[in-house]
Ligand binder design. Structure first.
Ligand SMILES: Nc1ncnc2c1ncn2[C@@H]1O[C@H](COP(=O)(O)OP(=O)(O)OP(=O)(O)O)[C@@H](O)[C@H]1O
Ligand SMILES: CC(C)(CO)[C@@H](O)C(=O)NCCC(=O)O
Ligand SMILES: [K+]
Length: 249
């Protein structure tokens, strides 16, 4: 069994693949290393042979997790590393090592699935857009605050914006102008994300006409999916790229 991990800034997404199979036999989202080890330990008949991981966290933090996994399950962990070029995609950053590895892997996955130009949009702690041309050239991208950051900035920097998660979820059943604080904030931030998406689509069209594929991924992709009917929602896009960057021979 193979353990795959996507360590973002707020959450660790994990899944276990049976060796030789591409589908997950178990998966989850956790906030901490400890919760990850606990959730995995609770799985019946877990026999990990290998582990591959992508992290946008600090090196020391990632090493700690790698050590903890080795300690708990005796498993060797291979970590996705930056590259100038891979699977036909050329990293467009001036300093290729500075490009977030989650973005890089999502692009690798997107380019493979699209077999052509693609726009990759990821909605996590940050919202990101990346442009990959038909010849594999990464043109660069954009980074904005994602839903959790927008919402929390408002909560932190105002005195009268306070509400709980249940109210937030209910507020998003519609997107008409809010008549309560929670509706006004949740719908406003959702519209910011949608505006971001529409701007990226315009830019992609100016480069490639209609000849490109749009991918949506990340925990908050659901918030914008209605705004882009032509997009493909691929929640595991980073994992698609992870398998390409860390093949387990
Ligand atoms: N099961 C879940 N557990 C936690 N968050 C979830 C879940 N499903 C959707 N989400 C949403 O996903 C968002 C987090 O996105 P995601 O997990 O893609 O990225 P992240 O780890 O926070 O950040 P990064 O962009 O660094 O990867 C949260 O805003 C949350 O609303
Ligand atoms: C932008 C995030 C936070 C998105 O998860 C991540 O890809 C990251 O930390 N990137 C490093 C900075 C950059 O990509 O330019
Ligand atoms: K992410």
């Amino acid at each position: 069994m193979i353990l795959e991990l996507d360590c973002g800034n707020s959450f660790i997404k994990w899944r276990v693949l049976d060796s030789g199979s591409a589908s997950a036999s178990a998966e989850g989202v956790v906030r901490s290393d400890l919760a990850l080890i606990e959730n995995l330990s609770a799985l019946p008949r877990l026999l990990l042979t290998r582990c591959r991981l992508v992290s946008v966290r600090a090196l020391e933090e990632t090493s700690k997790l790698v050590d903890a996994l080795h300690e708990a399950f005796g498993v060797t962990v291979s970590c996705a590393a930056p590259a100038r070029e891979m699977a036909g995609v050329r990293n467009g950053y001036e300093d290729f090592e500075r490009l977030g590895l989650d973005r890089w892997l999502a692009m690798l996955g997107g380019f493979k699935l699209a077999r052509g130009a693609c726009l990759v949009l990821d909605f996590g702690t940050a919202a990101t857009a990346d442009f990959v041309a038909a010849d594999g050239e990464h043109l660069g991208g954009f980074i904005c605050p994602g839903m959790p950051l927008m919402r929390n900035q408002l909560r932190t920097h105002t005195r009268k914006i306070r509400y709980d998660d249940d109210a937030a979820e209910r507020a998003l059943e519609r997107l008409s102008p809010g008549r309560t604080t929670v509706e006004a904030v949740e719908r406003g931030c959702t519209l910011m994300l949608r505006g971001f998406v529409l701007t990226q689509l315009e830019l992609a069209r100016s480069y490639w006409g209609d000849d490109f594929t749009v991918f949506l991924t990340g925990g908050d992709a659901d918030l914008v999916v209605d705004a882009v009917p032509q997009a493909e929602l691929v929640p595991d896009l980073v994992f698609v790229g992870l398998a390409m960057a860390c093949p387990l021979s």
